[in-house]
Design a binder for this molecule. Structure first.
Ligand code: IPM
Ligand code: MN
Length: 333
């Protein structure tokens, strides 16, 4: 990962903390404990946001908060969303607004087990998530809903270029995943952008998989992958599958990156707020802890990041309460 160069006052990074809803605050607490245990100092600023806050006073994410965030070095987020808020309010109004407004155009999701080690680079600001579309004759028998997929050449290309840069630090292999045989417009744009960027990296080997076939390979032959690059929706779905075949979604971490460093990047576990197990000290904190390690790496704390990641992988099978699993990670540091 590219490393941030400028820190907050005194070299101590300023990090916004959004615990969020459900198990979010529980797992973030453990991530911060591990950072503390390894001796990295952060200046944290808490933000009470998410479904619970929305139900209390209607606030999702104000422009003032967003402006404050632009001056942070990073944001560490647990999970947002509650069952009593209509779908989309928090997802679009908080999480996607953050990704779009802060231009977090790369969503990096690593999957590491004893037998495989690959990373998915998901485009994070466009595609079907862009919000293009609408209703006609809503609520009538002749209702029409459209939901377009927005793909810019710049958006695809910058994400693909990040994937190739990352591959240069890894095993020098990039797989494009799309559905070019059916999505002949967006798929064609992605394929051409991929081929053009690939030509700039002669040392990197490339492959292409249709997304349906990739679902089979993720399960049956994940060893074939090093870096996978794909669009927003395919990347959303594939990374849940990646988690499922890599020890479970409780281990899946992610970094929402602005590699241009024009603002903070955001780090969060792939899992959601899991309201069914919230408050029971049952959630696996590993995904949140690995996300914290990704944040440290991005902030230039490479050695601490590697030590935390290794401890987490050594504790992948540990069972126990949220706190006990974090204790085990801390003991392994
Ligand atoms: C994820 C989540 C989000 C997404 C939701 C909560 C909007 O599933 O980060 O993968 O779809 O991107
Ligand atoms: Mn998802």
């Amino acid at each position: 990962m590219t490393e941030a160069t400028e820190m907050g006052a005194g070299g101590v990074p300023r990090v916004g903390i959004v615990g969020g809803d459900g198990i979010g605050p529980e797992v973030i607490t453990q991530g911060l404990r591990v950072i503390d245990a390894i001796g990295v100092e952060l200046e944290t600023v808490d933000y009470d946001l998410g479904g619970a806050r929305y139900l209390r006073d209607g606030v999702v994410l104000s422009d003032d908060t967003l402006d404050e965030w632009r001056n942070l070095d990073a944001i560490y987020l647990g999970a947002v969303g509650t069952p009593d808020v209509p779908p989309g309010v928090i997802e679009r109004g908080l999480l996607l607004k953050m990704r779009f407004e802060l231009d977090l155009y790369v969503n990096q999701r690593p999957f590491v087990t004893d037998t495989h080690d690959f990373v998915v680079i998901r485009e994070n600001t466009e595609g079907s998530y862009a919000g293009e579309g609408g209703f006609l004759r809503k609520g009538t028998p002749h209702e029409i809903a459209t939901q377009g997929s927005v793909n810019t050449r710049m958006g695809a290309e910058r994400c693909i270029r990040y994937a190739f840069d990352l591959a240069m630090e890894r095993s020098k292999h990039v797989t494009l995943v799309h559905k070019t045989n059916v999505l002949t417009f967006s798929g064609d744009l992605w394929q051409r952008a991929f081929d053009d960027v690939a030509a700039e990296y002669p040392e990197v080997d490339t492959a292409y998989n249709h997304v349906d076939a990739a679902c089979i390979y993720f399960v049956q032959d994940p060893q074939r992958y090093d870096v996978v690059v794909t669009d927003n929706l395919f990347g959303d779905i594939l990374t849940d599958l990646g988690g499922a075949v890599s020890g479970g979604i409780g281990l899946a971490a992610s970094a929402n990156l602005n590699p241009s460093l024009t603002g903070p990047s955001m780090f969060e576990p792939v899992h959601g707020s899991a309201p069914d197990i919230a408050g029971q000290n049952k959630a696996n904190p590993i995904a949140a802890i690995i996300s914290a390690a990704m944040m440290l790496r991005f902030l230039g704390q490479t050695e601490a990041a590697t030590r935390i990641e290794q401890a987490c992988h050594a504790c992948a099978e540990v069972e126990g309460s949220t706190e006990q699993v974090a204790d085990a990670v801390i003991a392994k540091l």
